[in-house]
Design a protein around this ligand. Structure first.
Ligand SMILES: O=C(CO)[C@H](O)[C@H](O)COP(=O)(O)O
Length: 223
């Protein structure tokens, strides 16, 4: 399968959000990545339901919602109603992760688990067959524009190996510090979804930057 590109609107111009969503509609982007931060799970607050609903009104592409919030079960219905197509919850924020994943699926969304850079990949061993995607953090969550953490390559390979028997179609999404220098290596390691904030919205030609991420082509290495 051709990899997917999901620009993160955390780096968009919030004063011109409709313009930026319309740019994404016309671009080669596959999903629109939407970061929700509560100021508790991460040291930053982004935006909530009214903004997600407003984005949904203009978006022609699926909303890939990444919940960086504690106890996300409280808000799954609301995010579905606001327009989420994919919902990822943090491994570190869920006490009953299996139940949370079942709930996301019952809502008709793709179910994802996001994992912090310090959390061992092996912790996903007993949930990997129940999920559609892993949002692998390649920075510490909370802010756009951070430096990519190099151990991510090893972690992608480890996750691909873990998933190969139990969920070979698992989507491995890399979130944080993705750019035109590391995109090929990430795909070669086994990722198949690239999230990019600053690389897209910080570019002079944003649509060209998305196209460049989308056009990376690989011969996949055996894991
Ligand atoms: O989840 C996130 C931060 O917690 C963002 O999606 C991520 O940082 C993307 O921004 P950039 O590509 O600029 O690093």
């Amino acid at each position: 399968m051709k990899h997917l590109v999901a620009p993160s609107i955390l780096s968009a111009d919030f004063a011109n959000l409709q313009r930026d969503i319309e740019m994404l509609n016309k671009s080669d982007a596959d999903w629109i990545h939407v970061d929700i931060m509560d100021g508790v799970f991460v040291p930053n607050i982004s935006f909530g339901f009214p903004v997600v609903k407003a984005v949904k009104q203009h978006a022609l592409k699926p909303l890939d919602v990444h919940l960086m919030i504690v106890d996300p079960d409280r808000y799954l219905n609301e995010f579905k109603e606001a327009g989420a197509n994919n919902i990822s919850v943090h491994f570190e924020a869920c006490i009953h992760l299996h139940r949370t994943i079942q709930k996301i699926k019952e809502l008709g969304c793709r179910a994802g688990v996001a994992i912090n850079p310090h959390t061992p990949i092996a912790q996903l061993s007993d949930i990997v067959e129940d999920i559609d995607l892993v949002c692998m953090m390649s920075v510490n969550p909370g802010f756009g524009g951070q430096k990519f953490i190099e151990s991510t390559y090893r972690r992608i390979r480890e996750l691909r190996l873990l998933a190969q028997d139990r969920n070979p179609n698992l989507l491995i999404e890399i979130d944080g510090g993705v750019n035109h220098q590391n995109s090929l290596s990430l795909l070669q390691a086994g990722a198949n979804v690239l999230v990019a904030g600053n690389t897209v919205f910080g570019a002079d030609d944003q649509m060209a930057s998305i196209k460049q991420l989308k056009d990376v082509s690989i011969t996949r290495k055996a894991v």
